[in-house]
Design a protein around this ligand. Structure first.
Ligand SMILES: [Zn+2]
Length: 187
């Protein structure tokens, strides 16, 4: 099978960097995760106006990239694409796809450790709402709403911040801590 799609983002400002590494596995591919310091992570993403094969591929790749990195969420800017697309799976078998998501309700607060695939090896204390309701489009561009509490609420807030060019480190209380990654079974 030949991949005919361009592997580079047509809107991100990081084009001069090396093309995203792509490893074919079925129709999906792991994309390079951009890290703090890269300009693309500070930019505001654009709304998705229609579903295209290219966006579908982006969503599939984002899911694959998130699972490969053992993340619970990933936003398109993290793979260098400035589009308002987010994937979240806090349990490992319950993927949510959000296109043009926005938080329509939130309440309460929770303070706890947060990390980011774009800030490897670090964690910080961040206060987030303990409940959010998000409105978004699904992969078929159909509107839906989802309520989240605890980690899901935190992940939704964290990933939506990426779409506006914000990282959790801006909200962290006190200095970031180093984390030791342990080899863990996902079971
Ligand atoms: Zn993040």
């Amino acid at each position: 099978m030949t991949l005919t799609l361009c592997t580079r983002c047509d809107v991100c400002g990081a084009r001069k960097e090396e093309p995203q590494r792509r490893r074919k596995r079925g129709d999906m591919a792991i994309r390079n995760i951009r890290e703090i310091g890269e300009e693309v992570l500070t930019k505001k993403s654009r709304e998705v106006t229609e579903m295209t094969p290219r966006i579908r591929e982006l969503i599939e790749d984002m899911l694959e990239t998130m699972y490969e990195a053992n993340g619970v969420g990933l936003a398109a800017p993290q793979v260098g694409v400035l589009k308002r697309v987010v994937v979240i799976d806090v349990t490992g078998d319950d993927p949510h796809i959000f296109i043009n998501p926005r938080i329509v309700e939130s309440s309460g607060q929770q303070t706890g450790p947060e990390g980011c695939l774009s800030v490897p090896g670090k964690t910080g204390q961040v206060t987030r709402p303990s409940y959010v309701k998000v409105a978004a489009l699904d992969a078929d561009m159909k509107p839906f709403e989802l309520e989240g509490t605890e980690l899901l609420a935190r992940a939704i807030c964290h990933e939506l911040d990426h779409l506006d060019g914000h990282l959790y480190v801006e909200k962290a209380e006190g200095p970031l801590q180093d984390v030791q990654y342990e080899e863990q079974e996902d079971d």
